[in-house]
Design a protein around this ligand. Structure first.
Ligand SMILES: Cc1cc2nc3c(=O)[nH]c(=O)nc-3n(C[C@H](O)[C@H](O)[C@H](O)COP(=O)(O)OP(=O)(O)OC[C@H]3O[C@@H](n4cnc5c(N)ncnc54)[C@H](O)[C@@H]3O)c2cc1C
Length: 333
């Protein structure tokens, strides 16, 4: 017997299939069920939809460009399903990507790291290919959703679901790109503002392998909510020369400008070329404070977000420095 697809699993979790899982009352007319949650969230029933399960990328792209036009792609489902349940959007056709094993990989080819679009967050955090230079990925284990979320959530799904997601921020610092394919061809963009069109699929993300005395860190103040939006997160990369001067520094923060995740290039410039010490880091952080303009919300005001972002970047740089100082010490022995 073949194992159930993601879609079958989801339907088995529906209130009709498994009423014991839900403490709710259903109205036939509105198709909204009230779930007994602390927030009193009102959730919609999943609509009926057709499911197509391609077994290769070629099959998926052909379907998407023909009879499957207008389909929604389903990878891990950790963003799409909550979106459907919360907004009640009508989805008629779903392409379940779980059969595309050709998009499940993490490879180093020459000087480039390539990660398949269906690689899960858990595979990313546990990948042996990533040494200590890639603490940014390892830190996702601590801060990305729950273990069940990390088991299902995919790299492609994270980039497609929200420009505020964790991977977009990390890839901004790694200066990565998303490779997007459709029946018409391929393009490489991003990692933010992907402008995904109907029939397009994120097949890979890629970035130049980190070399030399370099370290990265990812920091999150508060878990983002289930669509990956709203939390405060920062990613830092520090590359030193042997005399402890900064060869390269890259910093990305959530809500750098209003709700947009972005690099803080003025702060980076302030530190680049200087000796990495408390005084110079302090100057860079002052620049960062004047550079960012985060949108406030019910989680915290703009002022609060600025202060927390600044503290988190300080911590991220300190973590990188700590590691690089250890390495410099070892190489000098
Ligand atoms: C409890 C919980 C906690 C979460 N915590 C976090 C968090 O800490 N940080 C964070 O960033 N996110 C978080 N999320 C959001 C979500 O898990 C991520 O955005 C996840 O990576 C989405 O990937 P997925 O494979 O589940 O995508 P899906 O839900 O399957 O799809 C999401 C969207 O992307 C599209 N899509 C999927 N795959 C592709 C592809 N290959 N190419 C093009 N389009 C595609 C789908 O059509 C859909 O529109 C959380 C979610 C939950 C439920």
């Amino acid at each position: 017997m073949s194992s159930p697809t993601i879609c079958e699993n989801l339907q088995n979790c529906s209130p009709e299939a498994n009423p014991d899982l839900w403490n709710h009352s259903v109205s036939d007319k509105t198709q909204i069920c009230e779930v007994d949650s602390p927030q009193g969230v009102r959730l919609h029933e999943l609509p009926e939809f057709d499911v197509y399960v391609p077994s290769s990328l070629g099959e998926a792209l052909t379907y998407l460009s023909g009879e499957g036009r207008g389909s929604r792609l389903l990878a891990g489902g950790t963003s799409l399903v909550p979106e459907m349940r919360k907004t009640g959007i009508r989805v008629r056709k779903v392409v379940d990507l779980s059969g595309l094993s050709d998009l499940h990989y993490i490879r180093r080819t020459q000087n480039t790291i390539r990660i398949g679009g269906l690689t899960t967050i858990r595979e990313l955090t546990e990948a042996k290919i990533f040494d200590d230079r890639y603490c940014c990925f390892k830190e996702l284990e601590r801060s990305f959703g729950f273990v069940t979320t990390r088991n299902m959530a995919t790299v492609g799904g994270n980039l497609a679901a929200s420009a505020e997601g964790d991977l977009a921020e990390i890839l901004l610092v790694l200066e990565g790109r998303a490779v997007i394919r459709s029946a018409k061809g391929e393009r490489a963009v991003g990692p933010t503002n992907l402008g995904l069109a109907d029939g397009e699929l994120i097949v890979e993300v890629q970035f130049a392998d980190l070399k030399g005395l370099v370290s990265t860190w990812f920091n999150k103040f508060e878990k983002r909510n289930e669509d990956g939006k709203g939390g405060i997160a920062t990613t830092t990369l520090l590359k030193l020369k042997n005399d402890r001067s900064v060869e390269d520094v890259r910093i990305a923060v959530s809500r750098a400008r209003w709700k947009e995740t972005g690099r803080v290039r003025r702060a980076e410039s302030e530190l680049r070329g200087k000796i990495a010490n408390a005084e110079n880091v302090g100057r860079a952080l002052d620049k960062l404070e004047s550079e960012i303009d985060p949108a406030g919300d019910y989680r915290g005001s703009s002022r609060f977000r600025k202060e927390v972002t600044k503290a988190m970047v300080r911590e991220g740089l300190a973590k990188c420095l700590e590691k690089l100082d250890r390495e410099r010490g070892e190489s000098q022995c």
